[in-house]
Design a protein around this ligand. Structure first.
Ligand SMILES: [Zn+2]
Ligand SMILES: [Zn+2]
Length: 362
C-alpha cells in the first residue's frame, strides 16, 4: 500500500552526505533589508578612514622628515598586513553560514526510515521519542531538532550551532560555530592595528613637539594627534571585547551562555514531582531564592570547560596539520561538528548539588 502524500513535507537527503542544499534553503529564509547593512558600511568606512592620515604621517614624518626608509617600509607592511588579515576574517564572518541546524543522517530514525516526513508525522514521531519535545531539544520556530549549545536567533529567524551572539556590525548575522574563530581573529587584528597606529602616532607627535622647527608642515602634527586619539579609543573599545572573548574561550563559554545563568536549568537532573516544575524547569517558575541560587551557581559551573588548552584547541583547531596557517589567516577552523561537545567531568556533580539546593529552597 502506498503511503499518503503529506500536506507539508521536509525533504531529507537520506545519503547523509551533501548538506549544502540545506544551507542555501535555510539562508534564503533570512530576509534582510538594505538598512541592515548600514552598520557594516559604517564599519568598512571606519576601517578605511585612517588611511589618508596614515599615508601623510608615514611619508611626511618617517620618510621625508626622519629620512628613515626602513622604518617607513616596516610600518607600511605591518599596517597593511594587519588590515588585510582583518578584511579576510571580516569576509568570512559576513559570507559564511555561522552554523546551520538541519535534519541530517545523524538525526536517525524517523528520517532514515522514510526519507520524506509529513508535518503531522514529524510531530507525532517527535512526541514518541525520549525527550525531543523539550524546549531545549527542539525548536518550534524552525521545526528542527536543536543540537547541544544551539540557539534560536529571533532576529535572523533561525537556529545557529553554538551561537555566540547576533552581531549587527557584521552584516546583521549571528556569530556561531563556523564563524567564531574568524570573529576573534577580526577583533585581534583590529586591536593590533589600532595599538600599532597609536604607538607610531604618539612617537611622531612626541618628536614633532620636541622639534617644532624641523616639522615639514602644520598639518602633519594634526594628523598625528588625530591618529593617536582614534587609535587609543579603538584599542580600548575593541581590545576590551577581545579580552572578554579570550576569557570566554579560556572557560569554554559562549556570550549567550555567559549572560544567561538560567540556561543551567536545561542541564540539571530531574527534580522531584512534588516541586511541580516543568522539565527542564523554567526561570519564571522559580522563587526569588531559587533564582539567586541559580545565579550563584552560574558563576562556578562551567559545563564545557575541559581545561584551557583543550578549550582553545576546540575553537581554533590548531591540532590539525597546517592548522597554524588557518589560525594566522582566518583565525583557524573550529574543531568538531558543532553539534556535540565534551563536557566538564565535574559539572554533573555540581549540577546535582544545584538541584539539591533548589529542592531545599522550594
Ligand atoms: Zn530555531
Ligand atoms: Zn542572528
Amino acid at each position: 500500500m502506498s503511503r499518503p502524500q503529506p500536506l507539508l513535507s521536509f525533504e531529507v537527503d537520506t545519503s547523509g552526505q551533501d548538506t549544502s542544499l540545506k544551507y542555501d534553503d535555510f539562508d534564503s529564509e533570512v530576509r534582510r533589508s538594505w538598512y541592515h547593512y548600514l552598520p557594516l558600511c559604517l564599519l568598512l568606512f571606519l576601517m578605511m578612514a585612517p588611511y589618508p592620515s596614515l599615508f601623510i604621517v608615514l611619508v611626511n614624518h618617517y620618510l621625508r622628515t626622519l629620512d628613515n626608509p626602513i622604518a617607513f617600509v616596516i610600518h607600511f607592511l605591518v599596517i597593511f598586513t594587519l588590515k588585510f588579515l582583518a578584511f579576510v576574517s571580516l569576509m568570512i564572518c559576513v559570507a559564511r553560514d555561522p552554523g546551520p541546524v538541519f535534519f541530517n543522517a545523524s538525526d536517525q530514525d524517523p528520517i532514515d526510515q522514510h526519507g520524506d516526513m509529513g508535518l503531522a508525522e514529524a510531530l507525532m514521531t517527535m512526541g514518541n521519542t525520549d525527550d525531543d519535545c523539550r524546549p531545549d531539544k527542539f525548536c518550534r520556530k524552525c521545526w528542527v531538532p536543536k543540537p547541544e549549545r544551539a540557539h534560536h536567533c529571533s532576529i535572523c529567524g533561525r537556529c545557529v550551532l553554538k551561537m555566540d551572539h547576533h552581531c549587527p556590525w557584521l552584516g546583521a548575522k549571528c556569530i556561531g560555530h563556523r564563524t567564531y574563530p574568524a570573529f576573534v581573529h577580526f577583533l585581534t587584528c583590529i586591536t593590533a592595528f589600532s595599538a600599532y597606529v597609536t604607538i607610531i602616532s604618539i612617537s611622531a607627535v612626541r618628536w614633532s613637539f620636541n622639534n617644532p622647527l624641523l616639522v615639514l608642515d602644520q598639518a602633519t602634527p594634526v594628523h598625528e594627534l588625530l591618529l593617536a586619539a582614534a587609535g587609543v579609543i579603538f584599542t580600548l573599545v575593541v581590545g576590551s571585547f577581545l579580552v572578554y572573548h579570550i576569557y570566554l574561550i579560556t572557560t569554554n563559554q559562549t556570550t549567550v551562555e555567559a549572560l544567561s545563568p538560567f540556561l543551567l536549568l536545561r542541564y540539571i537532573p530531574p527534580l522531584p514531582a512534588s516541586m511541580k516544575l516543568s522539565d527542564p524547569p523554567m526561570e519564571e517558575e522559580l522563587s526569588y531564592n531559587q533564582r539567586r541560587v541559580v545565579r550563584d551557581a552560574h558563576r562556578f559551573v562551567r559545563m564545557y570547560d575541559v581545561g584551557w588548552r583543550r578549550n582553545w584547541a576546540q575553537v581554533f583547531g590548531w591540532s590539525k596539520p597546517q592548522g597554524w596557517i588557518y589560525l594566522l589567516l582566518i583565525g583557524g577552523t573550529g574543531n568538531g561538528d558543532g553539534r556535540s561537545f565534551p563536557r566538564n567531568p565535574r559539572s554533573q556533580e555540581m549540577l546535582s548539588r544545584l538541584a539539591a539546593r533548589l529542592e531545599k529552597e522550594a
